[in-house]
Design a protein. Structure first.
Length: 208
C-alpha cells in the first residue's frame, strides 16, 4: 500500500514544531554531508531557527565557501549591469527590515535571559526595567482576574443564601399549614361526645 503523502504546512503545536525542526535539521545536515562526500562538492548550509538560533554546516571552510559565493554573485551583478533605482531602493528596504528583524530577535532572546554576554551595566539595567515593567503589568492583570473570580464567587454565595432563605420560608409556611389542619380536625372530634351526653341527659328510652 502506498504511503499517504504528508501535507506540508506550518505545525501549530509549538512542542511538535520544535521536535520536527530538530529531527529535520539533523536530517538535512546529514544529506548535505553525504552530498559533499559522494560528489566531491563544496557544500555550505545555514539555518536560522524560529527563535533566531544559528545552525550551520560546511564540508570545508565556511568562510572560503561564502567568499567564493560572494565573488560569484559579484561577477553576476557586474554582468547584469548597474541596478536600477527601484532595485536599489528595494535592496535598501530589505537590508533595513533584515536589520530590524535581527534586532528584535536579539531583544526577544535577551528578554528570555539569553545572549546577555557583551551587555554593559547600563544595558543590563535597561533590560531589568523592561522586565520589571512587564512583570508589573502581568501582576496587575492577574490581580484583576483574581478580583473578578472573587466577585463571581461572592455573587454566587449571595444567590445561595437567598435560595436557602426562600426554602426555609417555604418550609415554615408548609409546616404552619399542616399544623392548622391538624388543629381543625382535633377541635371537631368532641361533637360526638357532646351529642351522647345530651342523649343521656334527656333520658331517651333504652332499646334493650
Amino acid at each position: 500500500m502506498a504511503r499517504e503523502k504528508i501535507r506540508i504546512k506550518k505545525i501549530d503545536n509549538l512542542t511538535a514544531r520544535q521536535v520536527t525542526f530538530s529531527k529535520r535539521r539533523r536530517g538535512i545536515i546529514k544529506k548535505a554531508d553525504e552530498l559533499s562526500i559522494l560528489c566531491d562538492a563544496d557544500v555550505a548550509l545555514i539555518i536560522f531557527s524560529a527563535t533566531g538560533k544559528l545552525f550551520e554546516f560546511s564540508s570545508s571552510s565556511m568562510r572560503d565557501i561564502l567568499g567564493r559565493y560572494n565573488l560569484h554573485a559579484s561577477n553576476i551583478n557586474k554582468m547584469m549591469g548597474p541596478p536600477s533605482p527601484y532595485h536599489q531602493l528595494e535592496n535598501c528596504n530589505l537590508s533595513r527590515l533584515s536589520k530590524e528583524v535581527e534586532d528584535k530577535t536579539k531583544q526577544l532572546r535577551q528578554l528570555r535571559g539569553e545572549d546577555l554576554e557583551g551587555l554593559n551595566l547600563e544595558e543590563l539595567q535597561r533590560l531589568e526595567k523592561s522586565l520589571e515593567s512587564g512583570l508589573s503589568r502581568v501582576s496587575e492583570k492577574k490581580g484583576e482576574c483574581v478580583m473578578s473570580q472573587i466577585s463571581s464567587l461572592e455573587k454566587r454565595g449571595s444567590e445561595l443564601v437567598d435560595e436557602n432563605r426562600r426554602l426555609r420560608e417555604q418550609e415554615a409556611v408548609e409546616t404552619e399549614s399542616a399544623t392548622t389542619n391538624v388543629s381543625s380536625y382535633d377541635s371537631g372530634a368532641p361533637l360526638e361526645d357532646d351529642f351522647s351526653d345530651t342523649s343521656l341527659k334527656l333520658g331517651l328510652p333504652s332499646w334493650e
